[in-house]
Design a protein around this ligand. Sequence first.
Ligand code: CAA
Length: 258
Amino acid sequence: MKLDYLQLEQFGAVALLRLSRPEALNALCVELMEELAGVLERLEQDRSVRALVLTGGDTVFAAGADIKAMRDRSYMDVYTSDFVTVNWERLASFRKPSIAAVAGYALGGGCELALMCDMIIAGESARFGQPEIKIGTIPGAGGSQRLARSIGKAKTMDLVLTGRTMDAEEAERCGLVSRRVSDATLLDEALQAASRIAGYSGPVTMMAKEAVNHAFETSLSEGVRVERRLFHSTFAIDDQKEGMAAFAEKRAPQFMHR
Ligand code: CAA
């Protein structure tokens, strides 16, 4: 598969996907998002891949949706083509664990893309923001919703209404990012975390992710019920038998991902 806007590498069971449109600060044009959705579809089917790291360049993760490409689009056009739904939501529905490794700007759709991943690891240079207000619009790829669920109303309103950016220190303090590391170690840290996840049972990490994500979709009692059923389901998986046997026998587990 020829890729124009992405670079794909694989390290063991971890896929490393780089946004690569540096001349436009990785602005998320329709073509890039189409490519991203296609690659994610392939990675979803690829049994040799059990975790994903999504990253950008050294100074920019992504500066948002492509403003120049969308500036003249009409209401009927964006509404009928379901702009920023088609292809964009593919990452949110990706079932394998995903980590966004962010250095530099993650603005607008860039921040929203990072928020669709399961974890964000930030380099010191990371700058997060939803600056759409400055260009006469509002977040359209989940920024007002996923960000509010991640960092709460006060900070989300601050970012969405003022259009200011948040640095890595503030992002860690308010829980947007799970780890803050130096830019130099960002990719290593993300790949290490992803390969640790990929070393566990593939179907069980998928269930763990599904359970946590359910917390944002439902009431507490319903969420706990779903978690309990998924927990019960792990008992039908060979890797649960292996994991518990290995613990009892004081040896490392040999997960077979089934
Ligand atoms: N769309 C299209 N092109 C973009 C872009 C974007 N979002 N962001 C940057 N670029 C382009 C610039 O136009 C420029 O291109 P030229 O060299 O051809 O002029 C190039 O990338 C470099 O950008 P700058 O010269 O602006 O770089 P800078 O270092 O001075 O500033 C920046 C960096 C602060 C990120 C600035 O580029 C910027 O503010 N970008 C726009 C950020 C933004 O508003 N994002 C939200 C987009 S809307 C959205 O995402 C909606 C949604 O929810 C889906």
